[in-house]
Design a protein around this ligand. Structure first.
Ligand SMILES: [Zn+2]
Ligand SMILES: [Zn+2]
Length: 251
């Protein structure tokens, strides 16, 4: 072995940090090696991130304005109980969180995945179902065929693999049966109609406990339809987790 083998890997890391100073995954400002190890973000970006708190509906995860109890069910879930048993989102979709998701989805900056994984592992919600996780099959919300051709990847699948290392992430149990119109400009009712019947679940979901994963929660129409499809195909339970959540629009 050459002289290189006598240098400790730690020293090599230090040298690399001097030659190629680590940069914030979001704003590209230089960061300290400790920040690179922790989340890969600078303190400025970290301070602008708002994690969702446990003060939310214990079923659908809708955040409560007050810091009231963590075992409350919201009015919507009492009136129309959703078919999923549990839905949580980790961060508000704004500032650096939106930048990380958009950099991945639209600018193909795959290095953001490290920061997305590291930030997620620091949230309280993962602890909530850590024990149940090994029995669950993680299913990312699939993208349509045209989106797949245009983008070349499913961001929810890449994020799920980063967030749940060592866990089976199944990308073919749920697929898109048909194309759906762009959802962004649609009302809640139009979104529900738009996604109705758009998923197809494989026989392999029968008897499974599923954790659906998506990048951003907007109105929940997509997750509700995916849940309906999975339960109809024989899944025993569906929970859902999204990395980010848009603030609720008042209709
Ligand atoms: Zn930054
Ligand atoms: Zn609720």
């Amino acid at each position: 072995m050459g002289w290189l083998s006598t240098i400790s890997p730690c020293l090599i890391d230090r040298l690399m940090d001097i030659l190629f100073p680590p940069l914030c995954a979001c704003c590209l400002a230089p960061i300290m090696p400790e920040e690179k190890e922790s989340t890969g973000l600078c303190t400025g970006c970290l301070s602008k991130i708002s994690p969702l708190t446990p003060h939310c509906c214990s079923v659908c995860g809708t955040p409560f304005h007050s810091s009231s109890g963590i075992d409350h069910v919201c009015g919507d879930c009492i009136k129309n109980p959703p078919e999923f048993t549990w839905l949580r989102s980790l961060f508000w979709y704004h500032g650096p969180i939106r930048d990380l998701v958009c950099d991945l989805k639209f600018r193909f900056k795959f290095h953001t995945l490290n920061a997305i994984g590291a930030l997620t592992r620091k949230t309280v919600f993962l602890e909530e179902f850590n024990e149940a996780l090994p029995q669950m099959t993680i299913v990312p919300i699939p993208v349509s065929r045209s989106r797949m051709q245009e983008r070349g990847f499913n961001q929810a699948l890449l994020m799920a693999r980063e967030i749940f290392p060592g866990q089976t992430v199944s990308y073919n149990l749920l697929t898109r049966k048909r194309e759906v119109r762009q959802q962004a400009s649609l009302s809640l009712e139009e979104r529900q109609k738009n996604v109705r019947g758009s998923f197809l679940a494989r026989d392999g979901v029968r008897g499974r406990k599923i954790l659906l994963f998506d990048d951003v929660f907007t109105t929940g129409s997509t997750i509700k339809e995916a849940t309906r499809t999975l339960l109809a195909a024989g899944a025993v339970e569906v929970r859902a987790l999204t990395f980010a959540r848009t603030p609720k629009k008042e209709n």
